[in-house]
Design a protein around this ligand. Structure first.
Ligand code: SF4
Length: 180
C-alpha cells in the first residue's frame, strides 16, 4: 500500500493527489488552481452497469509549469498548450472507496485482514507441507471436488482437535499484537 502511495505522489494529475473541497465541490491541483464540475455523463458499461460521471475542468492551465506531467494523452490531436485539465469522477465510487478504506484500517478491519492472511495461507501450508497433499489422486471434476471436500474435512478435524487440546473452542480470531 505504501509503494502505491509513493508511486502516486509523482503523478500530479491523479485525482488522489489533489485536494478536494467537499463543501464547495471542487478539486485543487498542484498549481493551486481549482477544478470545478462542468457536466455529468451517464455511462453504461459493457456488462450493463450504469454510472454517473462528474467531469471537473480547470480553466487556468494556460501557462502552467506542471502541464506536461499533469495532462496526459499524448495521442491527442490538440497541442498541449491548448489543452486544459479535466477529471472524470464517479462520486459514488469514491464514496464507497472511502467507506471501504475506513473499514479496512479500523481495528476490526486490521484484525480481520491479519486473520485472513493467517487462515488462508496457513491452511495451504498445512495441507501441502504437513499433510503432504501435493497433487490430486483422481481425475475428473466431480472426483477432484470430492477429494477437495475430504481433504477439507480432514483439515477441519485436525484444527478442531488442536483447538480442543488448547482449550480454544469458540475462539475464531487471533488478536492483534500491540506494538509500542
Ligand atoms: S495543468 Fe492545470 S490542472 Fe494541472 S497543475 Fe497545471 S493548472 Fe493545475
Amino acid at each position: 500500500m505504501k509503494l502505491v502511495k509513493l508511486k502516486n505522489i509523482k503523478i500530479i494529475g491523479r485525482i488522489d493527489n489533489m485536494d478536494y473541497d467537499e463543501k464547495n465541490d471542487y478539486y485543487i491541483c498542484k498549481n493551486g488552481k481549482k477544478l470545478f464540475d462542468n457536466k455529468i455523463i451517464n455511462r453504461k458499461s459493457k456488462t450493463g452497469y450504469k454510472s454517473k460521471i462528474t467531469c471537473y475542468i480547470c480553466k487556468e492551465c494556460r501557462d502552467c509549469q506542471y502541464k506536461s506531467s499533469c495532462i496526459k494523452g499524448n495521442n491527442s490531436k490538440i497541442p498541449l498548450e491548448n489543452r486544459t485539465k479535466n477529471l472524470q469522477v464517479s462520486k459514488l465510487f469514491h464514496e464507497k472507496r472511502k467507506e471501504n478504506l475506513k473499514r479496512i484500517i479500523s481495528p476490526e478491519g486490521c484484525q480481520l485482514r491479519m486473520n485472513r492472511s493467517i487462515q488462508a495461507e496457513g491452511a495451504f501450508a498445512q495441507l501441502k507441507q504437513n499433510m503432504k497433499f501435493r497433487r490430486f489422486l483422481s481425475r475428473g471434476k466431480e472426483n477432484v471436488l470430492s477429494e477437495c471436500i475430504i481433504v477439507a474435512i480432514a483439515h477441519n478435524i485436525s484444527r478442531l482437535h488442536n483447538k480442543i487440546i488448547k482449550n480454544k473452542r469458540g475462539v475464531y480470531l487471533h488478536h492483534l499484537k500491540e506494538v509500542f
